[in-house]
Design a protein around this ligand. Structure first.
Ligand code: NAG
Ligand code: NAG
Ligand code: NAG
Ligand code: NAG
Ligand code: NAG
Ligand code: NAG
Ligand code: NAG
Length: 542
């Protein structure tokens, strides 16, 4: 028992000593990050503030509503802030300048958290007194390779060489939300971790390094870097990028990126770039990164992108983004089908996420919109995380051909290929139409005249009603208007099957989408909302 108390006590002493050190002002306070009452800030000024005696810190809060002024006080400017109420003065003892890397690591992973375990090394219990306890922790730190010291007020590397002696096996390191303020400090940490591959530095705020190429030797094996919520701009990223010669994955979510520049002699190994939750409006900004030879995954969700254009020289594909395989564009301001048309020019695009865009809110129902996107992008394999099976693609392309058949005829299209000469305007709006005609033949008159499945109201649908879980019930044929709500259909089924509507679960299947069952889950929606068509099967379960 006594030894345990000693361990705790010695850790208490160590922590106390570090606390004491952080209470005195560091030698280079300007630009350092601090915490005060749980709020983060950057030190912008150190010195007197007349008429009061003593030293003050002038700080710029991350939360601009936390402060009182913009760095000016009673007519004197002490420092500048980007927000009019971003600044405050504090006494130095109120500011926590943080701890070094190993202090935070031992605090989180050392025996003070789980001292029963730490006391047992191998099979024998070790007796420890005083500072030996730190050594015990460190012999254990050796084995760690995936570390998170998120939100531990880490500000620097500490004594030279100590990290390498203590925990050289770290390859994945989460240092998000700490007090790191300079790349030089991060490089001092990384330099000692020769196996470092992944680092999360999100929610720190960095000053630009004056000589980034001199720090490159620290990040030689780094492949994954996260800088979410660090306030970086793209130009700052490019300035820093020479530091990361082997980088493959870069996360820059939730920053203030609005325009992009071409990366020159850097980022050439990048496979994944995440610039979601930024301020890009002009999709053509993306041309700047279109030459990255290995870029396979691009995440640009939640920007405000309106449109994009890919120049095409020969054939139908652009020579840009040649490796791009997956694109996430959810939550952008895309309201034109021309945007989706452009995506068909990406020669390798197979995976697309485009939820939550204004285009999807148009009056068409979601199933129709999915079909249109599938028909417009030839090589797509997965849309909205749902695989596109060959039957679904075929159904979508056949429908597309039919749906725009009339427009095609009006624009100069003709079933006789010698006379077929659709206008440029039509071809721009429907760039795959000619290809679909080559694939399936021109739509014949009957197909074109047939009422368009989604446009007409009050069409009567011949449906087969099946109860797949009730082998005794025979299929029922019914003609129902497509404007009938799911609720009304349930009312009808109640009379036919004597099962209360509230217990019924409806879905339907279409020969156009073999193997796919679509739920009719919203009672208030009409059948046409779910694209139920003539000849489809309604499945009823309870
Ligand atoms: C460090 O990792 C290597 C293998 O990755 C392992 O052989 C070695 O034992 C580890 N070092 C410690 C102290 O655990
Ligand atoms: C780092 O830790 C934070 C907090 O636990 C977590 O949200 C984040 O996803 C982690 N980063 C990585 C790359 O796992
Ligand atoms: C990269 O990793 C290898 C093997 O672990 C190591 O020898 C080399 O020093 C590391 N490079 C850097 C720059 O840390
Ligand atoms: C931030 O980066 C991580 C990877 O470290 C990623 O998984 C996460 O989704 C990113 N985005 C946001 C908005 O935090
Ligand atoms: C974001 O950048 C714009 C200029 O591109 C600037 O006006 C604005 O203040 C920045 N916002 C933040 C929070 O840094
Ligand atoms: C979206 O685009 C429309 C123009 O198409 C514009 O009027 C609107 O302000 C944009 N919305 C946002 C949030 O940028
Ligand atoms: C993707 O799914 C969402 C919701 O799941 C839907 O609103 C949207 O219309 C779908 N988009 C496409 C193109 O299918």
């Amino acid at each position: 028992m006594l030894t345990r108390v000693n361990v705790c006590f010695s850790i208490y002493i160590v922590c106390k000593i570090f606390r004491k050190m952080t209470e005195s002002l560091p030698s280079d306070p300007i630009g350092r990050r601090i915490i005060c009452d749980g709020e983060y800030a950057t030190v912008r000024y150190v010195g007197m503030v007349a008429p009061t005696p003593g030293i003050w810190l002038g700080v710029e809060w991350d939360n601009p509503l936390r402060g009182k002024h913009d760095g000016s006080h009673e007519g004197t400017r002490y420092f500048t802030c980007s927000h009019p109420t971003g600044g405050s003065f504090l006494r130095p003892k109120k500011a926590d300048f943080g701890v070094n890397f190993l202090t935070a690591l031992t605090k989180r992973y050392g025996p003070s958290n789980d001292w029963n375990e730490a006391m047992v090394i191998g099979k024998k219990t070790v007796e420890l007194v005083g500072f030996e306890s730190v050594q015990v922790e460190q012999s254990q730190l050796n084995t760690l390779f995936d570390i998170s010291i998120h939100d531990c007020a880490v500000s620097d590397a500490g004594q030279k060489g100590e990290i390498q002696r203590s925990c050289p096996n770290i390859s994945t390191l989460n240092l998000s939300k700490n007090l790191l303020s300079s790349w030089e400090n991060v490089a001092d940490i990384a330099f000692q971790l020769k196996k470092l591959k992944t680092i999360d530095l999100s929610e720190n705020r960095f000053a630009l390094p004056s000589n980034p190429s001199s720090l490159a030797s620290s990040f030689g094996n780094l492949t994954i870097l996260s800088l979410n919520r660090t306030g970086v701009t793209w130009n700052e990223v490019l300035h820093c990028a020479v530091m990361w010669p082997a980088l493959e994955e870069l996360h820059l979510a939730s920053n203030n990126i609005s325009d992009l520049e071409r990366p020159r002699n850097c980022l050439q190994f990048l496979k994944l770039l995440d610039i979601s939750n930024n301020h890009i409006i002009d999709g053509n900004e993306l041309h700047a990164i279109s030459d990255l030879p290995r870029l396979k995954h691009l995440i640009i969700s939640n920007n405000r992108i309106l449109s994009i254009n890919f120049p095409v020289h020969h054939g139908c594909c652009t020579e840009r983004f040649t490796s791009l395989n997956s694109l996430l564009i959810d939550g952008n301001n895309i309201s034109q089908w021309s945007f989706i048309n452009e995506l068909n020019k990406l020669s390798n695009l197979q995976f697309l996420n485009c939820q939550n865009i204004p285009l999807m809110d148009s009056d068409k129902n979601p199933a129709t919109i999915r079909q249109l996107v599938i028909a417009k992008i030839a090589r797509l394999k997965i849309l909205n995380r749902t695989e596109i099976i060959p039957q679904e693609r075929k159904g979508a392309e056949l429908d597309y051909r039919k749906m725009f058949g009339n427009d095609w005829l009006k624009a100069g299209g003709n079933q006789n290929s010698d006379l077929n000469n659709p206008s440029m305007e039509f071809l721009i709006e429907h760039p795959r139409y000619s290809e679909l005609i080559e694939k399936y033949g021109a739509p014949d008159d009957a197909e074109i005249k047939q009422p368009q499945p989604f446009a007409l109201k009050n069409q009567l649908l011949s449906l087969t009603i099946l109860c797949p879980d009730e082998p005794d019930k025979k299929p029922i044929k019914k003609k129902l208007p497509d404007s009938m709500t799911v609720q009304k259909v349930k009312g009808l089924l109640y009379r036919l099957l004597k099962v209360p509507g509230s217990e019924l679960k409806l879905s339907y299947e279409s020969s156009k989408m073999e193997g796919k069952e679509i739920q009719l889950e919203n009672d208030l929606k009409p059948l046409q909302f779910y694209s139920v068509e003539n000849g489809d099967c309604v499945l009823v379960r309870w």
